[in-house]
Design a protein around this ligand. Sequence first.
Ligand code: PLP
Length: 368
Amino acid sequence: MSIIFFDHNSTTKISDDVLNKMLEVHQMPLNSSAIHQLGRRANFLIEEANNNIKDLINASNYEIIYTSSSTEATNTVFFGNDSNDILFSKIEHASVYNCRPTNKRIHEINVLENGLIDIEDLKNKIPINKNFLVSAMLANNETGAIQDVEEISKLTHQKLGLFHCDLVQAVGKIDVDIEKINPDYAVISAHKIHGPQGVGALLIRKGLDIKPLIYGSKQQKSKRAGTMNIAGIAGFGEACKQAKKNLKDYHKISKLKNYLEDSLKNIAGENLKIFCSKVKRLDNTSFIALKNSNSQTQLINFDLNGICVSSGASCSSGSTEQSRVLKAMGISDEFLRGAIRISLGPDNTITEVNKFIQIWHEFYKKFY
Ligand code: PLP
């Protein structure tokens, strides 16, 4: 049985171009700290990756620090800047939501029923005359809802705070222009865009500083110690180059998503909820729930039929837990427990979507 992969917000398959680039790099002993020609080669590859990243998101005014993940990049910001207060929304990814330095005050910002961050609540919670940092994501990993981060950034800067933006799910799916968003710090991740796992990047607006999270030698201007992952970085750069090329066609995925959602709605009517359907969403993401069902049962049923979907954010134990994002949106229990996320990728086909609909329909008939 071939596998149908509908879990692209969780991770993506490395592309052939990225793999080839990494294989080529892996065949050389490259250390960017070396003075000799292979050190220069390593630095050339880093520079090439920098250019590809900057080109994809218009980040020429940003310095790039490579990390092991976007999780590490966010942790670097939260622990390494001088703010006394950190504000983030209740729907941020765990890499933000669970990063709570004990020497700082944390403020959680509410979310509206439609899945958007409540900007009025943010306004009310910004501390007066204090060093503070606001963190908000551009696109939510569970619902796909696209947030008004430009407005959040503007508001933060008006009140003299710093703004951190999680771009992880948006990059490669929508046109991200970092200059427009104007964050002080931003984070991205390679494995969401057909690059390697274990490679992330922190973008810091030029002129701003950050204390390191990891101490040691003087790599990356002492902002992140440790021998650099040259093959991973080169792979990340190649993934960005491909993402830029493919961006104009990415929206075509929405045809499959709309077809999928319309078909399920035709079957289930009011028994089906499609979360964040009233706001701008990523073209590939569909977070749905069948009334009074249970996500674990559905996931197992899909898995037995060769289809990989998830219940939202993955949990370390591999089991499902109720979505913090949906809870923050005030979704009632009858829909909360049965939520599943379908996140499509550019290689998915209508045949695969039809198979999903068929399995879902059979489940529905047994359930009701
Ligand atoms: N931010 C968002 C919105 C994500 O979806 C993820 C991964 O699921 C992350 C951050 C963490 O990325 P990484 O796996 O690079 O730590």
